[in-house]
Write a protein that binds this ligand. Structure first.
Ligand SMILES: O=C(O)CCC(=O)C(=O)O
Length: 208
């Protein structure tokens, strides 16, 4: 199915990844990130409702800064973003006319009670935010109820499902739109993927 421009700079690409690519991506995620997932503790003191593994640079849930080691967890260095995954994200950005050189990928694993509160992705370098360099999101496994708002927290939300294989691009004027995952629908992922829960990968560019 073709992409839909939901708002200027916000593109929804349903069913973008074939079943075979989804299976391959699941294997890549588990090979690269599998042993490294952990539950971040937000600076409010609450554990987040997902498990995280950052590639390229670590996003610190206490300071909201990117760093080379996981200083809010185990101090371990961060594996690089694999070239093939970065190239895939770049191709998706190009498909909607945007340029992205991903140097960070946050891989989230949501269990059946997983969710992610409404937030803006605004911790990347100010120059990349100003330039509207996009974030490319890929979903695998169970369907998420996704909420996409505006650039002010009080703006109304558009709600739609992110299913296994869907891609979403937030760039240009949509780069700082608020968004969140209100719930995950257990058991809704493709049987052929054999994944319990949901992976979401957000490819980002920190360096200007
Ligand atoms: O899981 C998703 O679809 C959204 C992930 C997200 O917003 C984030 O990692 O900042």
């Amino acid at each position: 199915m073709a992409e839909m421009e939901l708002f200027p700079g916000a593109y929804y690409l349903p069913d973008f990844l074939s079943s075979a690519v989804q299976r391959a991506l699941r294997q890549r995620v588990e090979a690269v990130a599998g042993p490294l997932f952990y539950t971040p503790v937000h600076r409010s003191g609450h554990p987040m409702r997902l498990r995280l593994c950052c590639l390229g640079q670590h996003w610190n849930a206490q300071t909201y800064a990117y760093e080379p080691v996981r200083s809010d967890h185990d101090g371990a260095p961060v594996p690089p973003v694999p070239e093939d995954l970065a190239a895939l994200a770049r191709r998706i950005a190009q498909a909607v006319g945007m340029d992205l050189r991903p140097d960070v990928c946050l891989v989230n694993h949501y269990a059946e009670d997983g969710r992610l509160g409404v937030h803006q992705d605004k911790d990347e370098h100010p120059a990349t935010l100003r330039a509207g360099v996009p974030i490319v999101s890929l979903s695998l496994g169970d369907t998420a109820a996704f909420a996409l708002g505006g650039v002010r927290r009080s703006d109304p939300f558009t709600r739609f499902p992110l299913r296994s294989g869907d891609a979403l691009v937030l760039g240009g004027p949509a780069r700082l739109r608020f968004h969140g995952v209100t719930r995950v629908h257990p058991g809704t992922g493709p049987a052929s993927l054999g994944l319990t829960g949901r992976y979401n990968l957000t490819f980002r560019q920190n360096a200007p």
